[in-house]
Design a protein around this ligand. Structure first.
Ligand code: PMP
Length: 303
């Protein structure tokens, strides 16, 4: 495959049939989003946010992009900003991984840390303040920007449908941080499979199942408020996964699949096995592996 720039490598990731003994012999398929050039599912979003901002006249050649992010969206935005020669400032709670912050800086972005105990909400508030102070700043705000679910509805969902090549699909299982991946992909899939069941994955400590809010080691998923994108998508259940279970499957994937997956992927696999137990014999289930473990080695992801 000959390509002439890195940006062409965004999307078109493989769908892996995961070799695992799932309940009811359910077939689990995982979309391997670590194969995007920036290493995560959020490369798709970075490009979409900048392209939409340009199309809507909110970004010109002098605009500084400012965004609160747990990291992967920051890397995706920094890649898209390079393509369009734009400056980027990323506001990241300091607890997020050293590797992700280093990669954002390597791409030319400025990283500004906010205190971990203020969570993503603190980063959002700080980014808004910074944008108000700069004369020509654009804040894509992935947490409310409809470009977020839209890009997954337009790219990830149709890719999965193509990869399944007509196999019937019973369930879709995906983690939620902003909720864009889940909502957009679920919409595309449920349009093709009206009986589809959609399950959201969150780490224990996230609020969707009404559990108490607390910090967690699983990175990239978990919410502090209900994503606005959930309004117009069917949700059949919420799977709350303990950190230990997520990290168990991170180690399992390395040993059994020769695959390096991040903790949100581990949580997605743990949740998929639970959902499989509720499905008919031999049903097909699709999940998403958003990134790789390599960007969490400093956090001792395999310990
Ligand atoms: N996993 C990882 C590793 C992520 O970085 C993200 C994005 N924060 C997600 C899952 C969740 O994606 P979304 O924001 O679309 O819900």
């Amino acid at each position: 495959m000959l390509v002439t720039d890195t940006y062409q490598l965004i999307g078109h990731t493989p769908l892996l049939k995961v070799e695992i003994a799932a309940p009811h012999d359910v077939n689990i398929y995982a979309k391997l989003e670590m194969f995007n050039p920036g290493g995560s599912i959020k490369d798709r979003l970075g490009m979409a946010l900048i392209q939409r901002g340009i199309a809507e006249g909110k970004i010109d050649a002098q605009t500084t992009i400012i965004e609160p992010t747990a990291g992967n969206t920051g890397i995706g935005l920094a890649i898209a900003a390079l393509k369009h020669h734009l400056a980027v400032k990323l506001v990241v709670p300091e607890k997020f991984s050293f590797e992700k912050q280093t990669l954002m800086q390597a791409l030319g972005a400025e990283v500004i840390n906010t205190p971990s105990d203020q969570g993503i909400t603190g980063a959002i508030d700080y980014a808004k303040k910074l944008a108000a102070e700069l004369p020509n700043a654009y804040l894509p705000l992935q947490f409310m920007n409809p470009a977020n679910p839209d890009v997954y509805q337009q790219t990830l969902g149709p890719e999965i449908l193509r990869d399944l090549a007509g196999r019937p699909l019973a369930a879709f299982v995906a983690g939620a941080g902003s909720g864009g991946t889940f909502a957009g992909t679920a919409k595309a899939l449920q349009a093709a499979y009206p009986q589809l069941e959609n399950y959201v994955v969150e780490p224990a400590g996230s609020i969707l199942n009404g559990g108490p809010q607390h910090s967690h080691r699983t990175e990239g998923i978990g919410v502090e408020f209900v994503p606005p994108f959930f309004k117009d998508v069917r949700i059949n259940g919420i799977q709350t996964i303990e950190d230990d279970a997520a990290f168990h499957y991170v180690r399992w994937a390395a040993r059994h699949l020769a695959l390096f997956i991040g903790s949100s992927s581990g949580a997605a696999l743990a949740a998929s096995l639970r959902v499989a137990a509720t499905l008919p014999q031999g049903a097909n289930l699709v999940t998403i592996f958003p990134d790789s473990s390599e960007r969490y080695l400093s956090e001792h992801i395999y310990d």
